[in-house]
Design a protein around this ligand. Structure first.
Ligand code: C2E
Ligand code: MG
Ligand code: MG
Length: 742
């Protein structure tokens, strides 16, 4: 059993003997003569009132019933015994009536109510008897003060016992520890009921003393009307209170709704604030990082450099170095294997780089195949160079992409940070300049020195001047004769450009061609050169008549070769100058053609369609194009000067020249030997069956005026040079395996 129920049962068991004693006392003590119509009327009235005239007082936790007043009235007029019985009847009837209305009420509770009321009335009757003796005596004495005290004692005793027992019962039921709190919270309000009851009982008794029963009935009716009016008033009051409570509830609900809405908005605000913060961070990240590799970008790199530079200014001991890296052959890999492979290579390089630096260092990707490294807190300068050395070696190891091995390597420029640098960008610029030197000098890394800067500035100046040179037509063409070796006769010229620089004088092509290539100026420059070489040849051909058909060879840069309008440009020049297309020979280096061999074949075919001839210049120095050679629609091979000049000392080189000539024969190509400087070379080449030659032995490249003098004397070389030997060269057509210099 629930311990609470157990306690209630014990409590009821304790009350039971007391209530039974009260009942027994009442039954035994009733004087038979006292049960008259008055008692019966009072009983009926009490039961009626307890069932139907019950008011719940607003704001206090109690009912006001007239039946309590009637029980007290019974005690005053008929004594305690009648009052006890009346209380038992009234409580039972009231409880049953509540049950009848469907209110769930436990039998235990009914018993408790009945017993409590019986005990309370019994206790009150005994208290009154003890203090005042019989109530009849007090009433008969007519002493008003005693009468008031009687009422007070009666009401107080009823209240004390009743409320005390109810408080104990409630405390057990609600499992509350403090009896006092239960009593003040739930029972104290009932004092009002007893006060009102006592006052009413007193008034009724006094009224009955003055008037007869009929008048009493009238009084009762009067009180009834007052009571009903009061009840109506109380009900109105209750309604008003209920309305006020409802309004309060609604207000509370509204307030809660507002609070919820507010909380919702605050949460929304916090969420959007967080989202804003996140996108702000994303933007920041994007602004400072490279999307492909996730490495810091140039902005981030420069910002970090600025910080380091500042530190160096404040504390000159903090040493750092900047490394500028550029990958070799990246463009070729990108073009031949595709951009996604290129991207993958870049990612792999980034990974290797990141894996090699310490936490305090920084690796950044600037663009394409260019990377930067900051090495901070260097103890010695050698640390940077040994790092660069290791880095170059590591990056040169093969990369496996999609199961294919790809090779690249890096050229590295190093610049040491010092407080004399005015801007962070200047350090990076110097590392960049040093990187170019490492490229030019085929070194893995180069440390920047001030002389490089001067040369870089000079280069920059040349770049600017070159733009004006085209506009001002500062280029002059020199022509180097090309001679038929069989009979030492002039067959044509190679046009070689010179720049008449207003301040520097004649600038050789090796100094400005690479700059014009990197700036894109090579294209308008070549068009100018082609134009002037073609119209010059047309003039010379006209002068010398049809007797000796001369040709002109013009060098075409690899940068121009890939240009989509090249064929159109050639056609325009042919049309404008009136040159016979077969008299024009375009010289392309082996490297330019091999950079993208498959596309080159298509391009060469289109060029060939214009009718011009194509030579492969500097053959044997660059890429090995042997496997492609038979697919290139070309006319001539120009054996590089290095092989020709070494023919005398080195038999291996002589062998190469011989093999190239044999290969050319097999492919039905003509051979031009470059750089013939001695009679011996001339002789050898002629023996080997080389058709044409060009070199200082015949003539240096000459300006137009000198060539015109030369044209007057076409047989000059026949007079100087020995005649061709009678016997054909040995093994002339035999092909031997080729090993060309790389
Ligand atoms: P290249 O096309 O191989 O030209 C031959 C170079 O060898 C010329 O140098 C010429 O003067 C030099 N040379 C010829 N015979 C001898 C000799 O017997 N001994 C020595 N030591 N050298 C000899 P140059 O004129 O300085 O031209 C150098 C390179 O510049 C050319 O090599 C060519 O690649 C490029 N170049 C010259 N003019 C042009 C041009 O108009 N356009 C383009 N794209 N490149 C040009
Ligand atoms: Mg050439
Ligand atoms: Mg050459």
């Amino acid at each position: 059993m629930d311990p609470k129920d157990k306690k209630i049962n014990i409590f009821l068991a304790v009350l039971a003997p007391f209530s039974l004693a009260a009942l027994a006392w009442a039954l035994m003590g009733i004087p038979a003569g006292r049960i008259d119509t008055g008692v019966i009327t009072l009983t009926v009235l009490t039961v009626f009132c307890s069932c139907y005239l019950r008011i719940q007082l607003p704001r206090v936790n109690t009912h006001l019933t007239i039946s309590d007043a009637l029980i007290m009235l019974a005690m005053l007029i008929y004594g305690g015994e009648i009052a006890v019985l009346l209380a038992i009847v009234e409580t039972t009837a009231a409880s049953l009536n509540i049950m009848r209305k469907g209110v769930p009420i436990k039998v235990k509770t009914i018993f408790f109510n009945v017993m409590t009321n019986a005990i309370a009335v019994f206790a009150a009757a005994k208290a009154v008897w003890f203090i005042f003796g019989s109530t009849d005596l007090v009433l008969q004495r007519g002493d008003f003060t005693s009468f008031i005290w009687l009422l007070t004692v009666m009401a107080a005793a009823l209240f004390a016992v009743n409320s005390g027992l109810v408080a104990v019962f409630s405390a057990i039921k609600q499992n509350k520890k403090s009896l006092w709190k239960v009593w003040t919270d739930n029972c104290f309000d009932a004092v009002l009921m007893y006060v009102v009851g006592a006052v009413m009982a007193g008034i009724i008794v006094k009224a009955l003393e003055q008037i007869n029963l009929y008048l009493f009935t009238a009084v009762v009716l009067f009180f009834g009307i007052i009571y009903l009016t009061f009840r109506r008033f109380v009900e109105d009051l209750k309604k008003t209170v209920e309305k006020a409570k409802q309004a309060e509830r609604e207000r509370a609900e509204q307030a809660e709704e507002h609070v919820n809405e507010l909380e919702h908005y605050v949460a929304e605000l916090e969420r959007s604030g967080a989202a804003l913060q996140e996108s702000h961070e994303n933007f920041r990240h994007a602004a400072y990082h490279d999307a492909l590799t996730g490495l810091p970008n140039r902005n981030f790199f420069i910002d970090t450099l600025k910080g380091l530079l500042q530190q160096t200014r404040e504390n000159s001991e903090s040493d750092f170095a900047v490394l500028f890296l550029d990958l070799n052959r990246f463009k070729t890999i990108n073009d031949s294997l595709g951009h996604s492979m290129g991207d993958r290579l870049i990612k792999n390089v980034a990974k290797r780089l990141s894996g090699m630096v310490r936490e305090e260092d920084m690796v950044a990707r600037f663009s394409g195949d260019k990377f930067g490294v900051i090495l901070s807190d260097l103890l010695t300068k050698e640390e940077a160079t040994s790092f660069a050395d290791r880095l170059a070696k590591r990056l040169a190891e093969p990369y496996t992409l999609d199961g294919r091995q790809v090779f690249t390597s890096a050229k590295i420029g190093i610049a040491y940070g010092n407080s004399k640098y005015p801007e962070a960008e200047d350090i990076l610029r110097d590392a960049d300049i040093a990187m170019y030197y490492s490229k030019d000098n085929e070194e893995n890394y180069v440390i920047f020195d001030q002389k490089m800067h001067i040369r870089a500035v000079t280069r920059l100046q040349l770049e600017t001047d070159l733009r004006f040179a085209i506009e001002r037509n500062e280029f002059e063409l020199y022509y180097q004769p090309i001679v038929g070796l069989e009979n030492s006769s002039l067959v044509g010229f190679e046009a070689l450009v010179r720049w008449n620089h207003p301040q520097r004088g004649l600038v050789p092509p090796n100094e400005f061609i690479p700059i014009s290539e990197s700036t894109g100026l090579i294209i308008p420059m070549t068009i100018q050169i082609l134009h002037s070489a073609c119209s010059q040849l047309v003039k010379w051909q006209e002068r010398s008549g049809n007797a000796t058909p001369l040709s002109v060879a013009v060098n075409l840069s690899g940068k121009h070769f890939g240009h989509p309008n090249l064929v159109e440009q050639i056609n325009t020049i042919i049309a404008e100058t009136g040159i016979a297309p077969s008299s024009l020979k375009l010289e392309l280096t082996e490297g330019a053609v091999m950079e993208n061999a498959e596309t080159a074949i298509l391009m060469l075919r289109q060029i060939k369609e214009t009718g011009v001839q194509i030579s492969i210049d500097d053959f044997g120095t660059g890429y090995s194009s042997l496997s492609y050679l038979h697919r290139f629609p070309i006319d001539l091979l120009k054996v590089d000067r290095s092989f020709v000049s070494a023919m005398e000392e080195n038999t291996e080189n002589g062998e190469i020249v011989r093999t190239v000539i044999a290969l050319a024969k097999a492919l039905n190509l003509k051979v031009v030997a470059e750089g013939i400087e001695s009679v011996h070379q001339f002789h050898q080449l002629r023996i080997l069956g080389c058709e044409y030659g060009q070199g200082y032995l015949f003539s240096k490249p000459l300006p137009v005026a000198d060539i015109e003098r030369l044209l007057e004397d076409k047989t000059r070389w026949q007079n100087i040079l020995p005649a061709a030997p009678a016997a054909p060269p040995q093994n002339r057509d035999m092909l031997t395996p080729l090993r060309l210099a790389q």
